[in-house]
Design a protein around this ligand. Structure first.
Ligand code: SF4
Length: 128
C-alpha cells in the first residue's frame, strides 16, 4: 500500500521543513481513543527549541529523502506513517493509514498533544 502523502503545518518541530514537509523517517500518530481530530497527536514531534532536541532528532531524519530530493522529480521527503487511531475511517490493520493525503496541524504546538491529524474522520460505527 502506498504511503500517505503527509503535509505538516507544525513549524515548531525540529523535523519541519518550510513548504510543510516533514523530514522524519518515521512518524507515529496516536491515539486509539480519538473521536475527533483534536484527540489525535503526532507523537514524533520534538520541539525545535534547544540544541539537544535537534541532536536528538538526527537519528530519525530522512537522510535518503533529503539527499535525493534535489535530484529527483516528485516528493522524496515523506515519512513512513504508523497510526494507532483505530477509530478513524482511514485506519487499517497494522496501524496503517489509508488516506491518500494527511495534514498534521495545531498552532501553537509546544508539545505533541498540541498537534493533531486534521484528516482524522471518525469511522461510521453503524457500518460493519
Ligand atoms: S509534528 Fe510530526 S508530522 Fe509534523 S514535522 Fe514534526 S514529526 Fe513531522
Amino acid at each position: 500500500m502506498p504511503n500517505s502523502n503527509l503535509e505538516c503545518e507544525v513549524s515548531s518541530c525540529t523535523f519541519w521543513i518550510p513548504t510543510n514537509v516533514c523530514a522524519a523517517t518515521r512518524v507515529s500518530i496516536a491515539d486509539q481513543y480519538a473521536k475527533v481530530p483534536a484527540g489525535t497527536e503526532c507523537q514524533t514531534f520534538i520541539p525545535r527549541n534547544s540544541f539537544t532536541n535537534v541532536v536528538q532528532s538526527i537519528s530519525n531524519l530522512n537522510w535518503p529523502g533529503i539527499i535525493s530530493e534535489p535530484f529527483n522529480l516528485g516528493k522524496q521527503i515523506n515519512p513512513i506513517i504508523s497510526c494507532s487511531a483505530n477509530n478513524c475511517t482511514y485506519w487499517a490493520e497494522g496501524d496503517i493509514c489509508t488516506a491518500k493525503n494527511i495534514l498534521i496541524s495545531g498552532m501553537p504546538v509546544s508539545e505533541s498533544p498540541d498537534s493533531q491529524c486534521s484528516t482524522f474522520a471518525k469511522k461510521d460505527s453503524s457500518l460493519p
